[in-house]
Ligand binder design. Structure first.
Ligand code: FAD
Ligand code: SF4
Length: 511
C-alpha cells in the first residue's frame, strides 16, 4: 500500500523503528515551512539549526535507501502550510495510507488529528519512541495524589529504568538527591576546556531565510555556527560533556559569570529536543563514563545531571499533556504588565539582565539559573503577563519547543499555574544573584542598597511583590518565613521600597 510518512522538524530520531526496513511503497516527507517559522518570532539560530538538522536527517535517510521528499523553504512546490502540502502530495503520488509520529506540540497534534478525520484514506499515528514515559504515564502516576511532586516521579523513574540503583528500592550513593552540593560560585577556576569544533558553516541556509524575509530575533555568526546539526556532532558534544564538563557539572550548576556563557552545562537540549539524541542514550553514556572514572568524578555531579533529564524533562512533558490546552491560558497571579523593550536589546543598566539577555540574543542560549533567577525573576517581580513572557522564551532559545518551554516559563518561572510545577514562586532579591555570580561587581546599582536611587532594582521589586501578592500566598507554608519578615518591616521603609518598585514597574526601560 503506497504510504506517506510525515517527519516533523523535531522528530529527527535515527533509532525510530520506521527506519529499520526500507520499502518502495513508503515515501517520507519533510518540509521547511512558513507555518513553523512564523507562529512566533524565533531566534535566527533556532530557525537555522532546525533547517540544517532536518536536511542532515533527510540526507541520512537517503543514504540508507529510504525515499524522501524534502521541501526547502524556497521550493516552488512548498505551500508553506502542513495540511496543504500533505493534501498536494497525497493526490500527486496516489497515496493510500498516511502515517505520522505523535507530535509533541498540542497545536500540531490538533492540526493532524483534524486532518486525519477529514481525509478518506487510511491513517495511523505512531509513537515518536523518544520519551521515557508515554503522554499519559504522568497523569496516571499522580492520579488521586494531592500534590504533583517532581521528586516522587523522579524516584519512580529511577526504579522503573533501574538507573543508579543499588537494588530495587535503594539508590546508589545512599541518597536520591545531591542537590545541596550544587551551590558553588565560579570564580575563574576550575578551568573550562574549549568546546570541540563542530561542522559549522550555515551561509546558504541563512541567506535563504533572509531572502524569504522571515522575521527573526538575535544574532548569528554564519561561519562559526556552534550548535550541532547532525547526529555525529551531537555525539561529539555529548562526549565533550562527559570528558570535560561532567566532573564539575553539579557543583557549578547554579553559577553565573560574565566571562563564561555555558560554564559546565551540557548544551544538549537542542540535540535532545530535536530528537537527534535519545534521553536514555545520553543518560547511559554519562553514567558509563562516570563508572569508568569514579576516582575523579563524584556521584553528586552525575546524579544532578540524570535528575534534569530523567526527572525534570519527562515531568514537564507529562505536565504539558495533562494540563493542555488550559495551561496556556493560566495567570494565577493576575499579572498584566508588558515586558520592557530591553528584553529585545539587552540595553539596560542592570548588569545581570544585560548579560543574560545579550547572551541569549548572541547565543540563543542561557542556562537554567539565568532563565529562572535573572530574566524570569525580573519578569515575575515586575508582574508581567505570562503570555508576554511565554512568547519571549518560546522565541529566543534554541531548545524552545512549547511542551518544555511553557511548563518551565508559565509554570516553574512565573507561577502562573498556581503552583502545579513549583511549590513556591522563584523570586529573589539581588542577594541571590550576587551569591551565585559576579554580575553585581560591574553593575550601575548597589546590591547592598534597598530604597535609594542607586539601589539594586531587584531588592525593592522583591518586597513589593511579596506585599502585593500577600493575600494569594497566605496559606503557602514555604512562603511563611518571608511573609513574616515582610510583616515585621517598618512601615516607612516598606513604603519607600514600594514607591521605588512602582517607579521601576512604570518605566522599566529607564533602569
Ligand atoms: P544542562 O544544564 O546541561 O541540563 C541537561 C539537560 O537537562 C538539558 O539539556 C535539558 O534537556 C534537561 N533539563 C534541565 N532542566 C530542565 C527543565 N527545567 N525542564 C526540562 N528539561 C530540563 N528547556 C528546554 O529544553 N526548552 C525550553 O524551551 C526551556 N525553557 C525554559 C524556560 C525557563 C523560564 C526556564 C527557567 C527553563 C527552561 N528550560 C527549557 C529548562 C532549562 O533551562 C534548559 O533545558 C537548559 O538550560 C538547557 O541547557 P543545557 O542543555 O546546557 O542544560
Ligand atoms: Fe543585578 Fe542588582 Fe546585581 Fe545589578 S546589583 S547585577 S541589578 S542583582
Amino acid at each position: 500500500m503506497k504510504t506517506l510518512r510525515l517527519i516533523l522538524g523535531d522528530q529527527l530520531h535515527h533509532g525510530h523503528s520506521w527506519y529499520t526496513k526500507t520499502s518502495d511503497d513508503v515515501l517520507y516527507f519533510m518540509a521547511e515551512m512558513r507555518q513553523e517559522t512564523d507562529y512566533v518570532k524565533h531566534h535566527i539560530q533556532k530557525v537555522v539549526a532546525f533547517f540544517k538538522s532536518m536536511r542532515s536527517f533527510a540526507d541520512w535517510l537517503t543514504i540508507n535507501e529510504h525515499t524522501v521528499i524534502y521541501y526547502t523553504l524556497d521550493d516552488a512546490k512548498n505551500q508553506q502550510d502542513l495540511i496543504q502540502n500533505l493534501q498536494q502530495l497525497i493526490s500527486e503520488h496516489h497515496i493510500e495510507k498516511f502515517e505520522y509520529q505523535l507530535p509533541d506540540e498540542y497545536r500540531l497534534d490538533e492540526q493532524l488529528k483534524a486532518f486525519c478525520e477529514k481525509i478518506t484514506i487510511e491513517t495511523k499515528a505512531v509513537d515518536s519512541e523518544h520519551f521515557l514515559t508515554s503522554r499519559t504515564d504522568f497523569a496516571d502516576f499522580f492520579k488521586g495524589k494531592k500534590q504533583i511532586v517532581m521528586e516522587y516521579f523522579y524516584r519512580d523513574m529511577r526504579k522503573k529504568y533501574d538507573i543508579m540503583m543499588l537494588n530495587a528500592k535503594n539508590p546508589e550513593g545512599g541518597k536520591w538527591n545531591f542537590d545541596q552540593s550544587n551551590r558553588k560560585k565560579w570564580k575563574g577556576s576550575p578551568e573550562i576546556p574549549q568546546e570541540k569544533q563542530l561542522e559549522n558553516s550555515v551561509v546558504a541556509i541563512y541567506e535563504m531565510i533572509q531572502k524569504a524575509e522571515v522575521v527573526t530575533i538575535g544574532n548569528i555568526d554564519v561561519e562559526n555556527f556552534h550548535w550541532p546539526t547532525n547526529r555525529a556532532d551531537c555525539l561529539k558534544l555529548l562526549n565533550y560533556f562527559c570528558e570535560e564538563l561532567l566532573v564539575h557539572f553539579g557543583d557549578y550548576q547554579d553559577a553565573m559569570h560574565t566571562d563564561e556563557y555555558f560554564l559546565f552545562h551540557s548544551r544538549l537540549s537542542f540535540a535532545m529536543n530535536s530528537k537527534m539524541l535519545h534521553p536514555k542514550e545520553v543518560i547511559e553514556t554519562v553514567i558509563s563514563y562516570w563508572r569508568a572514572h569514579k576516582e575523579t568524578i563524584d556521584i553528586s555531579q552525575v546524579e544532578g545531571f540524570v535528575r534534569q533529564i530523567l526527572g525534570w524533562r519527562e515531568y514537564m512533558r507529562g505536565m504539558y499533556w495533562k494540563e493542555m490546552p488550559n495551561y496556556r491560558t493560566l495567570n494565577a497571579l493576575n499579572n498584566t504588565n508588558s515586558l520592557p523593550d530591553f528584553f529585545w536589546t539587552g540595553n539596560t543598566k542592570m548588569n545581570c539582565m544585560k548579560h543574560a539577555i545579550s547572551q541569549s540574543l548572541n547565543k540563543a542560549y542561557a542556562h537554567h539559573i539565568q532563565r529562572l533567577m535573572v530574566t524570569g525573576n525580573f519578569a515575575l517581580l515586575t508582574q508581567t503577563h505570562p503570555d508576554e513572557v511565554d512568547k519571549w522564551y518560546l522565541g529566543i532559545y534554541i531548545d524552545a519547543i512549547e511542551w518544555v518551554e511553557i511548563t518551565n516559563t508559565r509554570g516553574m518561572s512565573q507561577f502562573a499555574d498556581g503552583g502545579l510545577v513549583a511549590t513556591k514562586p522563584y523570586v529573589s532579591s539581588g542577594s541571590y544573584i550576587n551569591k551565585m555570580s559576579n554580575y553585581c561587581k560591574g553593575c550601575a546599582y548597589k546590591v547592598s542598597k534597598k530604597e535609594t536611587e542607586d539601589a539594586c532594582p531587584f531588592n525593592a521589586l522583591y518586597w513589593n511583590f511579596l506585599d502585593e501578592k500577600q493575600a494569594y500566598f497566605k496559606d503557602n507554608q514555604r512562603m511563611s518565613m518571608m511573609m513574616s519578615l515582610l510583616n515585621k518591616m517598618d512601615k516607612t521603609k516598606l513604603d519607600a521600597l514600594k514607591n521605588r518598585a512602582q517607579a521601576i514597574i512604570a518605566n522599566p526601560d529607564k533602569y
